[in-house]
Write a protein that binds this ligand. Structure first.
Ligand SMILES: Nc1ncnc2c1ncn2[C@@H]1O[C@H](COP(=O)(O)OP(=O)(O)OP(=O)(O)O)[C@@H](O)[C@H]1O
Ligand SMILES: [Mg+2]
Length: 295
């Protein structure tokens, strides 16, 4: 724990002298009137939203509506034409590539295509962001043993420790998705972006993937943005939690106010609200994504 994280009134800092803690008041992600065009196509059209540490956003929308671009601009992999994006309170827009690395090192990403390197074994794939992160923070480069340990832990987290020496091509689609999650969380990031983590999976495997995402979120209070086509994924994120004592997913005692839904259409966020608000929407486009069993 750093002095900044000390609770108000703790012995070391009497309440009267504690400054306001920026970590608690600074949004993890902030989009302000963000526009991104490819020729005539408005991939992002005046997008604004904000989320705080530990919160969840579920992003729904038709193919081509801008969901992937929302995630890619969030970490500066694609720069918008206008507007402002801040991560952890720091400006992403206009930042030089070299200065983006330190911000990206605090974010885990599961890419839509999975993004595993076919020529690397699973252990090397999972180690990749860890080695990258420490190349940036050269001050504490990890030993080889430490990297191995962290990779093992991340793979154990997704119950795939036995695949360390395999190539991605030797794993099923669901297993590759789990390796992708291990790689996204190996650095213990404060924010994880999941792009369509359940796409193309059978319902049982899809639920296993969401259970892992819940486990990551609830064990470490990770801020989470999840793009999905499945209403069920959002429903689970909003109403379930990981119970560390039982190791199981269980219904959350109260409906999770920290999970909000965004629905995108042709680059615009046409809906933002809680699950009950999503279900109550009378917009036919929004309704398409608000039904159990919807695409
Ligand atoms: N590099 C690019 N060049 C031109 N157009 C692009 C590029 N990347 C994205 N687009 C366009 O931007 C729009 C938004 O794309 P995006 O990938 O964000 O959609 P999506 O909502 O993620 O779709 P899907 O559900 O199919 O993954 C689409 O019209 C897409 O064709
Ligand atoms: Mg996409």
């Amino acid at each position: 724990m750093t002095p900044n994280e000390l609770p108000a009134g703790s012995a070391a800092f009497p309440a009267a002298v504690i400054p306001r803690l920026p970590a608690e008041s600074t949004p993890t992600v902030q989009f302000q009137d963000v526009c991104l065009s490819f020729g005539e196509v408005h991939a992002l059209d005046h997008v604004s939203f904000s989320m705080n540490p530990g919160e969840t956003r579920v992003v729904l929308g038709a193919a081509g509506s801008g969901k992937t671009m929302l995630l890619k601009t969030a970490v500066g992999l694609v720069m918008p034409n206008s507007g402002h994006i801040r991560l952890f309170g720091e400006e992403v827009t206009g930042r030089k590539e070299a200065q983006l690395f330190d911000l990206r090192a605090r974010v885990g990403i599961l890419f839509q295509e999975g993004g595993l390197f076919d020529s690397l074994i699973i252990a090397e794939n999972v180690a990749y962001p860890l080695l990258n992160q420490h190349a940036i923070e050269q001050s504490h480069a990890p030993s080889e043993a430490e990297v191995k340990q962290r990779v093992r832990e991340a793979l154990r987290f997704v119950e795939l420790e036995h695949t360390l020496d395999k190539f991605p091509s030797e794993l099923s689609g669901g297993m590759r998705r789990r390796v992708g999650i291990a790689r996204a969380v190996v650095t213990a990031p404060a924010l994880v972006l999941y792009d369509s983590p359940t796409a193309g999976l059978d319902p049982i495997t899809a639920n296993t993937i969401i259970a892992l995402i819940l486990k990551e979120r609830d064990l470490r209070n990770t801020a989470t943005i999840m793009v999905t086509h499945r209403y069920q994924d959002g429903h689970l994120m909003a109403n379930f939690r990981y119970n560390p004592s039982s190791g199981e997913i269980e219904p959350a005692a109260s409906s999770q106010k920290t999970t909000r839904f965004l629905v995108m259409r042709e680059g615009r966020v046409i809906f933002e609200g809680s699950q009950p608000e999503l279900l109550a929407s009378t917009d036919p486009y929004v309704q398409k994504f608000a039904r159990p069993g919807s695409a």
